[in-house]
Design a protein around this ligand. Structure first.
Ligand code: SF4
Length: 272
């Protein structure tokens, strides 16, 4: 179970690892989260991981399950469909660069502007020269000289800053829709930007739309857990209690699924 970097608001004295959460827009309560890795073709649950009910832990669970499924069964997916929570730079970098998995995941992108000024997507990336080209055709660079000051490189999160030349921007006819409040424009480049760009391109494909529909199958399994299995509260305490209950529930769901997946008899085949 992932630890939180911040002090939790409330701690349950009977189960300190349970997370105080107000997810699902309901009255806050203490909870654990169950995470599934499923085969979208059959809806069979490939792996289950209990975590604290926080987003960081749920993203970490996806990686744990992908690694464990490959190690135990030698199965690695060609693609993975997940919601925006999984679309941060680090996770996309891990999926694409390290595991070679196609991410059908919306990218978390805070660079788009809504005030009418140029967004980062209006600037063209020039890989060869490590620079962006602005809509007016000028270069935005990270370094214009060999600086020894390390503060000019990437920040602690690996984010790089590319700046336009002050003299060029001040004289630019597009300044008002580019950087109205600054002398020169800068844009940032996130770590794993290549993986993020790849994910953006994936999102434009037909396969993404298909994966988005298939992703709903996992939501159906969670709804099934609550409505049919009645797993709205845990009986066992602690992370291990949550782990055991979630695992047993997933096994029960799989057994139910396997019963439906059994091959049809010759008679049934003939009738079909
Ligand atoms: S203000 Fe600077 S960065 Fe923006 S379009 Fe003009 S020259 Fe390019």
């Amino acid at each position: 179970m992932a630890a939180l970097p911040v002090q939790p608001k409330f701690v349950a004295t009977s189960d300190p690892a349970a997370q105080w959460t107000s997810a699902e827009e309901r009255r806050p309560y203490f909870a654990y989260a169950t995470n599934y890795l499923i085969d979208t073709k059959s809806s069979v649950i490939m792996d289950v991981e209990a975590t604290r009910s926080i987003l960081q832990a749920e993203v970490g669970a996806a990686r744990t399950m992908l690694d464990r499924t490959e190690k135990r069964f030698g199965i690695k997916p060609d693609w993975l469909a997940a919601d925006t929570v999984y679309g941060n730079a680090e996770n996309l970098g891990w999926l694409v660069e390290k595991r070679g998995i196609i991410p059908f995941i919306p990218v978390i992108d805070e660079s788009e502007r809504t005030d009418g000024t140029f967004s980062r997507s209006d600037f063209e990336w020039d890989e060869k020269n490590d620079q962006y080209i602005c809509p007016e055709g000028h270069a935005l660079k990270q370094f214009r000289r060999n600086y020894s000051d390390p503060a000019r490189g990437p920040d602690n999160c690996g984010r790089k800053k590319y700046r336009g030349l002050k003299a060029t921007c001040l004289a630019c006819p597009s300044k008002e829709i580019c950087c109205p409040k600054a002398d020169a424009r800068y844009v940032t480049r996130e770590p794993h930007e290549e993986a993020r760009e790849f994910a953006r391109e994936c999102r434009k494909t037909k396969a993404y739309k298909v994966s988005r529909d298939k992703r709903k199958k996992v939501e159906m399994l969670f709804a099934h857990l609550k409505r049919i299995f009645g797993l709205t509260r845990l009986r066992l305490r602690g992370p291990n209690g949550a782990k055991d209950e979630f695992l047993l529930a997933a096994i029960a769901q799989n057994v139910r699924k396997f019963a439906k997946l059994r091959p049809r008899s010759i008679k049934q085949e003939a009738a079909a």
